[in-house]
Write a protein that binds this ligand. Sequence first.
Ligand code: ADP
Ligand code: MG
Length: 323
Amino acid sequence: KEVYQLIAAGEVVERPSSVVKEMIENSVDAGAKNITVEIKNGGSTYIRITDDGCGIARSEVKKVFISHATSKIKASDDLDKIGTLGFRGEAMASISAVAKVQLLTRTPDEEIGTRYEIAGGQELDFSDAGCPVGTTIVVADIFFNTPARMKFLKKDVTEANAVAGVVERIAVSHPEISFRFIRDGKQTLITSGNGDLKSTIYSVFGREFANSLIPVDYEINNMRVSGFVTKPSMSRKSRGMQFFFINSRLVKSQTAMAALEQAYRNSIMVGRFPGCVLNIECNSSFVDVNVHPAKIEVRFANEKPVFELVYYGVKNAIEMLDT
Ligand code: ADP
Ligand code: MG
């Protein structure tokens, strides 16, 4: 691999949790109903993601690992209305540049699946394999060929917790998908995939948080906000339990956060924060997700209607509680 490729890879592959995020998003984009994430040693030595999505046709398998190869964008104007989580075609190429990757996959049309192995960008195997429809990808020994980068990995527990955080957030943003998370052989999370947000929140964040929630469902300016916020009495010391999604994509939005907190003004103490799981549905041309490599930060064509949406949606929900 050339140096510039390894550098580019670093923008996507920072640590095990970033690898897991990219791979789960691919499974979601593939239409999976069940996704299992397994890690060992914080994910630094072993990550396995299994899905029952559409699979990858034999003729397409090698393209997965070619930079800027994406099956999700056909024309440049698709960039204005991105419906899938991925679109850069960068993640798998980057991951295979700095780790050992094994892939098993089969599409519904194929009788026999494909096994592919690539390590540090070096192709090692491409053969027939018996496997169910869907995709399993194992990523082993992240940064095995870039020891300087490996040194930046934190303790296994820290990395594992970061991976758990990613799985949790994606699981609550997709209640219609069943997620399992296995950490060093122990299953630590399972969601039903029955589509119910409240019960998914319960499975992921526990009873205390789930029981502190009041529902939000509000439409204005051609947008909708729905989900849950915590009762003012259940405010927390940090913003760690504020989750915003735009069209089911986890995002950071300063505007949404400010609107949320403004709606609670007067009802919670200074230095305490509401929690929320809120999904904003809007026309995807209204959102620019193309700002950050990790695609977390979003900007809106116009922030004001978003502020209004969240502010009034949350304020109404809190007021309903008082009456
Ligand atoms: P992007 O998601 O931006 O298209 P990636 O590098 O993440 O780029 O993935 C490259 C391509 O590999 C995807 O466009 C998709 O066609 C294929 N792919 C990756 N993971 C899966 C999966 N789990 N199921 C089906 N296809 C996949
Ligand atoms: Mg992707």
